[in-house]
Design a protein around this ligand. Sequence first.
Ligand SMILES: Nc1ncnc2c1ncn2[C@@H]1O[C@H](COP(=O)(O)OP(=O)(O)O)[C@@H](O)[C@H]1O
Ligand SMILES: [Mg+2]
Length: 235
Amino acid sequence: MILSMIDATVEYRLNNQSVKALDDVTLAMESGEFLAVVGPSGSGKSTLLQALGGMLSPISGEVFIDGTSLYDLSCDKRAEFRRLRLGFVFQTFNLIGYLTAQQNVQVPMMLNGDSTDDQLKRSEYLLEKVGLADRMLHKPAELSSGQQQRVALARTLANDPHIIFADEPTGALDPETGLQVMSFLNDLNQEGRTIVMVTHDPKAAAMASRCIRLVNGKIESLNQTQANPVKFPAE
Ligand SMILES: Nc1ncnc2c1ncn2[C@@H]1O[C@H](COP(=O)(O)OP(=O)(O)O)[C@@H](O)[C@H]1O
Ligand SMILES: [Mg+2]
């Protein structure tokens, strides 16, 4: 088992109101799985992804990745764990606007203290891998949204993460570009990487090996495997 969440509850407090965004959720993933998380808006999908990825501490329960209890680590150690071992992809790409595509991909390697030579070589290799060899010196604003998401994918691969967390990675893309990004995610899964992807898109969810649905912070169904695919109702 590469990842597990046990009885996790996440609550947000805003003024005097508290919202239980995850309600006693238990989930386990084997290495190499591609899990899609679907469910209505506000059902806790992003919260689940953040809690799984070490970005949001549950008020109770635990999250383990590769045997490490994420929230038993200090904040610094957890940030380091994330940086070195986990990959993240967001709906809005989260690229740095004043850096070129290549510099954006270099950022995680720079934070690792890799040599400039290594940074340049690996960023070039990764941008080539996502089909952007001829766009390395472009800034995000000079790229289409699909290209920006591919730069974000290249950046997330900088540290060769075994697990990739993607929150609506195709949410801001037109269907055709979305498919292209999905096909890259699929390739990354074929390489053996474990993927957790939140999506609204039934086509994207259908590409995953398993699909869970969240409703009001709880998992509604947990029974879809590649061997036994079941269609889930459209949103
Ligand atoms: N930072 C926050 N502060 C307070 N409430 C939040 C915050 N983020 C999310 N929520 C609430 O938690 C619930 C789950 O949100 P979220 O995980 O973003 O859902 P989804 O990604 O499925 O749309 C929603 O009711 C939302 O309003
Ligand atoms: Mg969300």
